[in-house]
Ligand binder design. Sequence first.
Ligand code: WT7
Length: 655
Amino acid sequence: MSQPTIESILQEHRLFHPSAEFSQKAQIKSLDEYHRLYEEANADPQAFWARLAETELHWFQKWDTVLDWQPPFAKWFVNGKLNISYNCLDRHLTTWRRNKAALIWEGEPGDSRTLTYAQLHREVCQFANALKHLGVQKGDRVGLYMPMIPEAAIAMLACARVGAAHTVVFGGFSAEALRDRLVDGQAKVVVTADGGWRKDAIVPLKEQVDKALADGSVPSVTHTLVVKRTGQETHMQGDRDHWWHDLQKQVSADCPAEPMGSEDLLFILYTSGSTGKPKGVVHTTGGYNLYSHITTKWIFDLQDTDVYWCTADVGWITGHSYIVYGPLSNGATTVMYEGAPRASNPGCFWDVIEKHGVNIFYTAPTAIRAFIKMGDEHPKARDLSSLRLLGTVGEPINPEAWIWYQQVIGGGRCPIVDTWWQTETGGIMITALPGAIPTKPGSATLPFPGILADVIDLEGNSVGVNEGGYLAVRHPWPGMMRTVYGDPDRFRRIYWEHIPPKEGQYLYFAGDGARRDEDGYFWVMGRVDDVINVAGHRLGTMEIESALVSHPAVAEAAVVGKPDELKGQDIVAFVTLEGTYSPSDALLKELKQHVVNEIGAIARPGEIRFAEALPKTRSGKIMRRLLRDLASGVEISSDTSTLEDRSVLEKLREG
Ligand code: WT7
């Protein structure tokens, strides 16, 4: 089992059609219907999105302009007013959904909770009032550093309700990483928990928050709001820290949703790029609400009685769009699970599916590969017959894993939607619509209606059928990121001027390599920049290098990805040491731990190689492609003639 190779994928010709029964009941029922929608959107994108905004969302005030496009800056539904928490909650309360399960939560040690729409609404209103009590106002930013518990979703919706932007920081990030993000977003309040379960251990989240805030290093933060989850002793600091269960008793459950402008900031989510620190991806209210809503509805084919489960963490965009906002805006039942696949509980996902009768299941290739390794006996021992649709996201899926997923988990009857998208895109961009588009293992298939995706060369020209190129989007869409928080220039440079605009035509550059086959199907090959994808987690090689060189022993570091059977890619770091240090196992361990402290466990290098020198060009640039080949143990494919000192290569080869 491994990453798909170009050869294996070029040989992949199997085509899987949805069953007639599935298609008949589906939101989008046929390829013809998909083509009609795609054509409708293509012919008049603004009319298409306006039609959906009108029929799918509740507006306090209608927009006057659908799209104001000043490349690369877009405004959607200009002057419209709405609130995404209203669309996710209030509007369902006057319907039969009032007492429908909104959120089914499965805790790691076996506890569980179900909140109906009425109950979730009440909790969100109380939480919103607690935030107000701590001084949070419309326009503020609130940091969330949470375990996978209902309060994570509640806090997000509460922020949206009062008009404060949330910036969720994945609970696996270190105190340092949390601090950087809080500083950049100038958060006023941090919402956290005493601790959270991660696999079989408790992560003391509040303690990490204390570290991040130590010595007034985040001056914007005035308060923390702490949810009791794990119950261990937790230090609370005077006026700064507040228990949620204390405030909950004091606040009212009445909190009308703040009318927000379509383009008011909804959230910031940090993600890695080629250079510099992680960037704050900005999403705004109206366009994001519409795009996450309609993609969830059509791609996951939501039906009224479905139980829908996305296994992501709310710390990532997948959790934002496809655990919280998309499903709730549609009035669906969304499952949230605190656990994670691990050897000590190899049946955990299948238990959740059986227990809650999950119908729609959305996970990552890295999880699928881990389960394949744990053995078929675990899923086979559970009743998975409730499943009717499967999804995958985060990295290319190798055809073997796709087929296993289809057969062993889906019992051969469930369509699979392989969904390509990014933090920046807000929602899914290239995917099958399960009742309409036949699938090919390893291909994300076709663009969502309204998405003008293309594969291009560096001049911006479409490449030919089956030729490799760069994934790009030719027209703005409602869910697109609006800017990099505090750095519009970086936004322009990275995404919209990477391909120099011609005659005012701006192209969104995704950073992925891709190919389009004779049926127009997209095959995404992976990143073409210095971003690596480890177990579906996106990391910039430069961030890890910065973490390494911040250790006193390290003179220089170069980080590359190498193919990994389970995780897709693994991190390999080449390190040269300062004069007084010499290589040792102890130092190796220390450096790995140092990266964990600086960024988080997801960035722990799988391998660190000590080197006397790094291969550089005469102009002093590290030759990463060469290091990638070395790390992967393959023949050096790049031109080594520009290498400044050839003996460096020989020494690296000798190890
Ligand atoms: C990168 C974005 C938003 C989803 C979670 C990751 C890779 C994502 C696929 C897919 C091949 C995929 C791309 C992309 N990716 N989905 N179905 N097939 N590659 O979001 O952390 O912003 O990462 O994930 O390389 O650029 P993210």
